[in-house]
Write a protein that binds this ligand. Structure first.
Ligand code: SAH
Length: 505
């Protein structure tokens, strides 16, 4: 086998949306991904599930795997004919040892490609509001390692050139050696007043920025216990941050918010809070699973030609129903003789994406709306199939039966509450580092109580701000002994986001 190839892909500085399109393209084709500590793990979601994932992280000099081992691994996987993505933080060729990896591949005759990434200095510059160059301030910038190769006693960096001339200097890997390097720049003639910024975990929700001068930044870093990974930006341009900072001034910046999510709720609310700067900890309170057995649904699907109507009341019902048809070797044509009712526009869209135009979408997007529409038709002796969730309300079958219809309502999927919280969310609650929790329906409150146990929930939410979407959800909170701090006037997710913004303003 000789078709192996290795893509050295820059993962960008931290924010997972800062990878390039080309990088994502390579990941989607990967059979093996070898990734680093600094490459955001969320990026692995672009790789096929079947891809082998190998962590080759090196944490603060403790080499989990030596560079030689990594080189050998890439060569071996390439030789085995694999499509390999070597995912590296920032850019592969900026202090990333990408050069060495390419050399090893070259020698072994393995084809490779390099996909650039947003390097940490550039990410930190953008997200801290510090342009690295500026027409009126400086025309040059240097990227320098703060930690020259071990075993070298003499510095190969030309400190006087670096220090004089007024160019911006960005140190990588320079936090443990901060004092020495700042000292060297002053000794070689850079003014002690030169502004300096340390930017840690740039572009992520954990980004921290510490500003000082060449003379005092080391003391400040020590006092505040500033830790790697961070870049050190030295130069007059740092002063621009005061005017240009944007990332850390967003209204919910630094706030950690748990979003308890209902089944019907997409990620838009979380995305909205994240865009306002919050760190969102998602907490699904519902999990969808297959029915305990398929017997009744299978029977109904085999009998589809005998039904007059199929009623679908959620996108989930559509997905489970069609998946099951597919498993049974059928497709949309099996519905040729049936008319289709969708509860609302979202369900209708889901159907349209499968090539089906619903015949009926009620004006009022709920079960009562469907009943209302059917009450205008002659339902006597019609056969209606209503594939539903196990805990669905029984309004539709009850009322349609009353109109003389024969209704079958097999379970197409079940709503269960997840056994536990996502580990990240639980950990944040235990560490008391959560600022706010949002509840968007009564079931989100009830299910959280069931997942944690009421007593533990009350204890864990002590001191956490509670935001509820509206009066019914608030009542459920109070019934369980929770206080409600934020409730918008309108019962919508947008209004809830605005209320949070106003609260933290
Ligand atoms: N190839 C990488 C650099 C690897 S060297 C790149 O192009 O960015 C590791 C150093 O990069 C760290 O010590 C730190 O100085 C810097 N770094 C990487 N990610 C960073 C981040 N999100 N925020 C600040 N510095 C970062």
């Amino acid at each position: 086998m000789t078709n192996g190839i290795v893509y050295l892909v820059g993962a960008g500085p931290g924010d997972p949306s800062l990878i390039t399109l080309r990088g994502v393209e390579c990941l989607t084709r990967a059979e093996v991904v070898v990734y680093d500590y600094l490459a955001n793990e969320q990026l692995l979601c672009h790789a096929p599930e079947s891809a082998e994932r190998i962590y080759a992280g090196k944490i603060g000099g403790r080499h989990n795997q030596g560079q030689d081992e990594i080189n050998n691994l890439l060569v071996a996987k390439g030789k085995a004919g694999k499509v390999v993505v070597r995912l590296k933080g920032g850019d592969p060729f900026v202090f990333g040892r990408g050069g060495e990896e390419c050399e090893a591949l070259c020698e072994a005759g393995i084809p490779f490609e390099v996909v650039p990434g947003v390097t940490a200095a550039v990410g930190a510059s953008a997200y801290s509001g510090i342009p690295l160059t500026h027409r009126d301030i400086t025309a040059s910038v240097a990227f320098v390692t703060g930690q020259e190769g071990k075993g070298k006693n003499e510095s190969t960096i030309d400190w006087s050139r670096l220090s004089l001339g007024g160019g911006t200097v960005v140190f990588y890997m320079g936090i443990t050696t901060l004092r020495r390097n700042m000292q060297r720049m002053m000794e070689h003639g850079r003014s002690p007043d030169t502004p300096v910024a340390l930017v840690r975990w740039a572009t992520t929700s954990c980004q921290q920025v510490l500003v000082g001068t060449l003379a005092d930044i080391a003391d400040r870093a020590e006092e505040s216990g500033f830790k790697p990974p961070a870049v050190t930006i030295v130069g007059e341009v740092v002063a621009l941050r005061e005017k240009l900072q944007w990332f850390d001034t967003r209204p919910l910046c630094g706030k950690r918010i748990i979003v308890t999510r209902a089944a019907e709720q997409a990620g838009e609310f979380s995305a909205k809070l994240a865009a306002l700067g919050a760190t969102v900890l998602e907490c699904p309170t519902i999990r969808l699973v297959e029915p305990e057995n398929w017997q009744l649904l299978d029977l109904a699907i085999r009998d589809l030609p005998d039904y007059d109507w199929v009623v679908l009341t959620s996108g989930n019902a559509v997905r489970y129903f069609f998946q099951r048809m597919d498993t049974l070797g059928l497709d949309a044509r099996a519905l040729a003789g049936c008319r289709i009712c969708a509860v609302g526009p979202k369900t209708a869209d889901e159907l349209r994406s499968l090539g089906i135009k619903p015949d009926l979408v009620p004006v009022d997007y709920k079960a009562e709306g469907i009943v209302d529409e059917f009450s205008r038709l002659d339902m006597h002796n019609t056969r209606v199939l209503f594939p539903r969730a196990d805990k669905a309300r029984d309004v539709i079958p009850r009322e349609l039966k009353r109109m003389g219809a024969h209704v079958d309502s097999p379970v197409a999927y079940r709503n269960i509450f997840p056994e536990r919280l996502p580990p990240e969310t639980l950990f944040a609650l235990e560490k008391r580092s959560v600022d706010c929790i949002t509840f968007t329906s009564s079931s989100t409150v009830q299910n959280l109580a069931a997942m944690l146990g009421e007593e533990l929930m009350l204890d864990m939410l002590k001191g956490v701000l509670i935001a509820s979407i509206g009066p019914i959800t608030s009542k459920t909170c109070r019934d369980l002994g929770l206080r409600v701090d934020i409730e918008p006037e309108l019962y919508t997710l947008d209004a809830l986001a605005e209320a949070l913004e106003a609260h933290f303003a």
